[in-house]
Design a protein. Structure first.
Length: 336
């Protein structure tokens, strides 16, 4: 009898609570400010996407909150991921924008991780990603053939702690290309400045967020010489698989660079964010990805849009934890 009474009480509570939660979620954002915490420096691809998103997404959130961008660079966006996981309140007023390599970082057991990527609430990604190697014309490396023929190692700037660094190391070890990875940069904008100043010959960049190179690529001052997937701006750019020595080595490239970087521009919420709130943020993100004004702005800024929703990202994250142990052991050498 007591059990039946308790069950009845639970049912009554749920009946009254569900409408309240729905109402609270709908009015919660009024007068509030949402931060998008970007794990890289201002001026780069991540920052550019987030600022465009911030200008349009608020109108699809009940209460029309103001959205700002805050940059928190370091360790390939690991610092930002740690912050969102440990410090940010699960109230959806903080949205993280980090690199997909944070997932592989956890799979590989890298030091400095204070998060569990399986517990984040994923909002979505605006575009599938791949990697491209770009050199300045002034460096003399204007094609893969000239790169291969270089008598000295060619300096490539990479972001500290990122899959871009691992990619450069793999080029160095798994191909005959003369490569000298130069680490220490906090974002793509910093690598760009290093290339322009001649500090390095080129850099590894996300192929979807090279908008800041668009003019230089058109004039020939910068040249894309290699890509992990077909490069849409120039189908003649050779793929990395042409230079990798063995099929096993190619699998390493795919696991460490191509697949995780499809999820490059991750937007996520802290663990424990109420499901009702997660639903609102996800729907707002999805609607923004189809918003005419947002798409027009993205087009003008040369930002490609090809989103994956939050549920899709969640499934892809789970798949990366199925990476065979043998591959994990080998990949750890490149992420030290």
């Amino acid at each position: 009898m007591i059990k039946k009474i308790l069950l009845l009480v639970e049912v009554v509570i749920l009946v009254f609570l569900v409408p309240y939660v729905s109402f609270a979620a709908g009015s919660f954002f009024e007068g509030k400010t949402i931060r998008i915490v970007v794990g890289f420096t201002p001026g780069g691809g991540f920052d550019t996407y987030s600022r465009a998103l911030a200008r349009h997404m608020g109108k699809y959130i009940p209460g029309n909150p103001y959205i700002i961008v805050e940059n928190m660079p370091g360790a390939g966006s690991m610092i930002a991921a740690n912050y969102v996981y440990k410090m940010a309140k699960p109230d959806s007023l903080t949205i993280g924008n980090v690199q997909g390599s944070i997932i592989l970082d956890q799979v590989l057991g890298r030091k400095g991780i204070e998060y569990d990527v399986r517990k984040f609430e994923y909002v979505g990604i605006p575009v599938r990603q791949f990697l491209v190697v770009i050199f300045s014309k002034a460096s003399g490396i204007t094609s893969a053939e000239k790169w291969m023929a270089s008598k000295t190692p060619v300096k490539i700037g990479t972001i500290s702690g990122s899959s871009m660094t691992a990619f450069a190391k793999m080029l160095q070890r798994l191909t005959d290309l003369p490569v000298q990875p130069v680490e220490g940069y906090k974002g793509t904008y910093n690598v760009r400045l290093a290339v322009e100043s001649g500090e390095v010959a080129g850099g590894v960049f996300g192929g979807r967020n090279t908008a800041f190179w668009s003019r230089a690529l058109e004039t020939g001052d910068m040249v894309a010489v290699m890509s992990t997937l077909p490069y849409p701006n120039n189908p003649n750019v050779p793929l990395i698989n042409k230079f990798v020595k063995t099929e096993k080595d190619l699998q390493l490239f795919k696991t460490s660079n191509i697949d995780p970087d499809i999820l490059a521009h991750l937007y996520l919420l802290p663990p424990g964010t109420p499901k009702e709130i997660v639903k609102i943020i996800r729907e707002a993100f999805d609607k923004t990805m189809m918003d005419e004004e947002f798409l027009n702005e993205a087009k003008k800024a040369n930002l490609e849009i090809g989103p994956i929703n939050g549920e899709g990202v969640t499934k892809m994250v789970a798949e990366l934890f199925k990476t065979p142990p043998s591959l994990v052991n080998e990949l750890q050498e490149y992420y030290k």
